[in-house]
Design a protein around this ligand. Structure first.
Ligand SMILES: [Fe+2]
Ligand SMILES: [Fe+2]
Length: 456
């Protein structure tokens, strides 16, 4: 049974003890043997409790993949998958999804197992040190003036829309010069997870393949990312750039220097200096950025940490034409940023089953139907506590057809984007996992592509 079918739910975790409190008490006794320093032990247990609380909040149904943006909780999920698989402490269940049956697996273990697993868990995480981040190429690689790329964000579940998108991309007539992953392989990008949840389902249509660093890759120090994923794709570094006559595409690493939670991205000065040099060398080419983390958001209260602050500091904020990111598991096409003018796109809906809040009476798209809803501009606090504008957006909002029938309404849809650069033109497609186009616009000249052939 490949591990991409294995779900570690909050319910599974607490079941041998019946409650979180009892589980934490038992865990504290085990942790004390591995962590002799009382202050360090107390901090570790507080961190674990915070992770469990967040994990509990993220569970909608124990059979559907979920987890918090929390380093220790994600590590624990990976550790339990590993231990339960080795000890065969797993129970399978069948769920019917669309026209196929998914055989899922949930972990089932006893309190005796837990004592053993918790000890090896604390030993494992204490030994994780970050992998080395290789030096980037100093200049952009040249690409053709006609260039197509696929963007898959937060794709590393091996479940729901992800395998469907892989199949439909591979069987389509579309070619891709570049297939780009925006980062995140769940639960914490261990070698087994990267194989079973990512490579197994990565489409084979890209002439080039690249993958970006995400917070989940860094939860295990980025080792599988830097030491397995990059070599396999023939990729030299975690940030890099391409350019042709009209465009500069720069892919950034916002995860390497993130804090342990990984909710906010970080752009370090060395990377910003590299980016400024690349942008200067690009002259009047239009600049398109790609990153795992968001520079701002409509969805959450986290306005991107230092990403825009760094862009301003390095004189780049108003030079950006468009910025594509993942991390948040939705698809949003933002209006031009009111201060900097760039087009923000959140494309983190590749494979994660994200909860779908009720958008109330947000207006539907006149062109693409009720599966696109309009969010109004608003404002929120940035990292420095200043109130900053957040542009309005179109959000892709529909049932997720790749979840069991009773749950489809509660989860946001999966999908991906295709970009076609042709001379000065940039055309954006948003595709459902079955490769159906659900949004199509020419972005570069702001004229609207024909929408008449669309069935909503
Ligand atoms: Fe993610
Ligand atoms: Fe993420």
């Amino acid at each position: 049974m490949p591990i991409n079918h294995t779900i570690v739910s909050y319910t599974n975790l607490v079941q041998p003890y019946g409650s979180q409190g009892a589980l934490l008490n038992a865990t504290q006794d085990v942790a004390a043997k591995v962590i002799p320093d009382p202050a360090k032990l107390a901090a570790t247990m507080a961190n674990l409790k915070a992770g469990l609380d967040q994990w509990q909040k993220k569970q909608i149904d124990p059979r559907i993949l979920h987890g918090p943006t929390h380093r220790m909780a994600a590590q624990l999920q990976s550790h339990i998958v590993r231990q339960a698989t080795a000890a065969k402490k797993i129970d399978s269940f069948l769920i019917k999804i669309k026209d196929f049956i998914l055989e899922g697996v949930e972990v089932k273990f006893s309190s005796a197992d837990w004592v053993e697993w918790a000890a090896s868990f604390f030993t494992w995480i204490a030994d994780i040190v970050p992998a080395t981040q290789p030096k980037p190429a100093p200049a952009a690689d040249t690409i053709d003036d006609k260039f197509s790329m696929g963007i898959l964000g937060d794709f590393g579940t091996g479940l729901y829309g992800a395998p469907v998108a892989c199949k439909s991309i591979n069987s389509s007539g579309d070619s891709y010069n570049l297939m780009l992953h925006l980062g995140d392989v769940y639960y914490s990008a261990t070698p087994e997870e990267v194989q079973d949840r990512f490579f197994q389902f990565w489409p084979s249509k890209g002439q080039m393949n690249r993958t970006m660093n995400g917070n989940h890759e860094m939860y295990t120090g980025g080792h599988t990312y830097f030491e397995t994923m990059l070599p396999k794709f023939g990729q030299k570094a975690s940030y890099f750039a391409f350019q042709n006559t009209n465009w500069l595409l720069a892919m950034l690493d916002t995860a390497y220097f993130q804090d342990f939670g990984g909710q906010e991205g970080v752009l370090d000065d060395a990377q910003m200096t590299w980016l400024r040099n690349i942008v200067t060398a690009a002259g009047d080419r239009k600049i398109v950025l790609f990153s795992h983390h968001q520079p701002f958001t409509q969805l959450d209260d986290n306005l991107g940490g230092n990403l825009l602050t760094q862009m301003e500091k390095y004189g780049l904020a108003d030079k950006i034409f468009a910025w594509y990111w993942g991390h948040e598991h939705r698809c949003l096409l933002y209006d031009p940023h009111p201060k900097y003018g760039f087009h923000g796109r959140c494309v983190g809906h590749g494979g994660f089953p994200e909860a779908r809040p009720d958008l109330g009476n947000a207006p539907a798209s006149p062109d693409f139907g009720s599966q696109w809803r309009q969010l109004s501009p608003k404002s929120g606090p940035n990292a420095a506590g200043e109130t900053v504008p957040i542009p309005g957006a179109w959000i892709y909002d529909n049932n997720n057809l790749y979840l069991p029938p009773g749950l489809q309404k509660q989860f946001a849809p999966n999908g991906f984007m295709r970009l076609e650069f042709d001379g000065k033109q940039l055309v954006e497609y948003v595709r459902a996992p079955d490769n159906a186009t659900v949004w199509l616009r020419s972005l570069a000249d702001s004229t609207q592509a024909s929408a008449t052939s669309f069935a909503h």
